[in-house]
Ligand binder design. Structure first.
Ligand code: MLT
Length: 411
């Protein structure tokens, strides 16, 4: 008999988006004639832009030649891509980084999940509530939480920081000491953002408490307002306390192509039990070299092309398209009498469900009555109860139709 990692048994039965997908598949099988509009999981619908396709085509031809053939690449990513990332995503915002502070990967979900490997079990972890479920579930799997409290809808041994309309979706700085803090802004699921001033408070807290902030900036490209930081490193001192996760998925439509990166500044240090300082960058590098063989050359050339003049222009068009969808959803819902958050600096719209319904009841109602799929807020944590998330990543036509269906029902 082989023993299992029993931490997995503490998990809720299914991953949120799998539960949603299962429910939709069942409904769709029973009602094949229904035209279901999917605005649930944040998956993009616009095709990959021509600049990236050209770069991929070129790379395919290249690796078919003797001179251009590529075997294993550097585990951390090709220099051409890491250089382009630093120049375009950081230097333009006044942030200097070294090449070896960037690690190219196949997705921010994997990075956010894998990062727990290099931290000790006894670290105190804080997440916002609601939260992107990957941060929580991967800490459950790796044994950093106690059991699930069904009444509270929370795991014991983890700090939940409330984010709701009452605090304007600004998570309060914890009173106690936390070791690892997950922050995601623009936020998934609420679509809300933190101002520079608010984010500065977290850097100060992390410095005072020797904490590390795990900052997920996957939706940064959707920021439209001034004074909203695109990177945590825009804040003075952040390199000493923060890891940043970035992705090409939502920026360039790479949810199927797969490419992302992590920034781990060399200034960032952790401690051994004896109090000796250790470079987090060196630990992650060691992990990457052991467990990962890098992202394909073809994909990295496509990612590089997102930074070319043509690439940038084409990607901006796609982002504009999704943000117009966000506006249509936001304004349409408001017209139908809903209270709505997000959708201004983010492709997610977070709405209050009508009085008397839970998030899952509203999910069932939307699916069965209006044939629209969204994501129930309570799936992101107990403070998400009473809320619901719609994504702006659908096609224009389906987005308009979904809003028309809602308006017909509620107006
Ligand atoms: C979401 O819908 O929250 C995202 O698509 C999940 C992800 O990026 O993994």
């Amino acid at each position: 008999m082989s023993y299992i990692n029993e931490n997995f048994l503490k998990l809720q039965e299914n991953y949120l988006f799998s539960t949603v997908a299962k429910k939709v598949a069942k409904y769709s099988k029973e009602n094949p004639e229904k035209d279901i509009i999917k605005l649930g999981i944040g998956d993009v619908t616009r095709p990959i832009v021509p600049a990236c396709i050209e770069a991929m085509n070129k790379a395919i031809i290249e690796i078919g030649t003797q001179e251009g053939f590529k075997g294993y690449g550097p585990e951390q990513g090709y220099e051409f891509l890491r250089e382009a990332i630093i120049k375009n995503d950081y230097n333009t915002r006044g942030v200097e980084l070294d090449l070896d502070e960037i690690f190219v990967s196949d997705g921010a979900k994997c990075d956010c999940g894998n990062i727990v490997d290099i931290f000790a079990q006894e670290n105190k972890v804080a997440i916002t509530d609601p939260v992107y479920p990957v941060y929580l579930d991967t800490n459950v799997m790796s044994g950093r939480t106690a059991d699930f409290d069904g009444k509270k809808g929370m795991y014991n041994g983890i700090t939940y920081i409330k984010m709701n309309a009452e605090n304007n979706f600004v998570p309060e700085i914890p009173k106690e000491r936390i070791d690892l803090i997950y922050l995601c802004f623009p936020n998934n699921p609420t679509g809300t953002v933190l101002s520079k001033k608010e984010l500065e408070k977290w850097i100060t807290y992390a410095k005072q408490n020797d904490s590390i902030i795990l900052y997920d900036a996957a939706y940064e490209a959707y920021i439209t307002e001034e004074d909203v930081p695109h990177s945590i490193y825009e804040i003075e001192g952040a390199k000493d306390v923060a890891i940043e996760f970035k992705s090409f998925s939502k920026t360039a439509g790479f949810t199927g192509v797969r490419c992302a990166y992590v920034v781990i500044p060399k200034a960032l240090k952790g401690k051994t039990r004896e109090g000796k300082e250790v470079s987090i960058n060196a630990l992650w590098n060691r992990r990457v070299c052991t467990k990962f063989n890098g992202v394909s050359y073809i994909t990295q050339r496509a990612a590089e092309a997102t930074f070319s003049e043509e690439g940038k222009k084409q990607i901006r068009e796609n982002i504009k398209y999704y943000m117009e969808n966000a506006k249509i959803i936001k304004e349409g819902l408001e017209k139908a009498g809903f209270t709505v958050y997000g959708g201004v600096n983010s492709p997610y719209i977070w709405l209050k469900v009508p009085e008397g319904k839970t998030s899952w009841e509203f999910f069932d109602f939307l699916l069965e009555e209006l044939n629209i799929v969204g994501t129930p807020g309570s799936g992101f944590g107990p403070s998400g109860e009473g809320y619901f998330r719609l994504t702006a990543f659908g096609t224009r036509e389906k987005t308009i139709e979904a809003i028309e269906r809602i308006n017909k029902k509620y107006n």
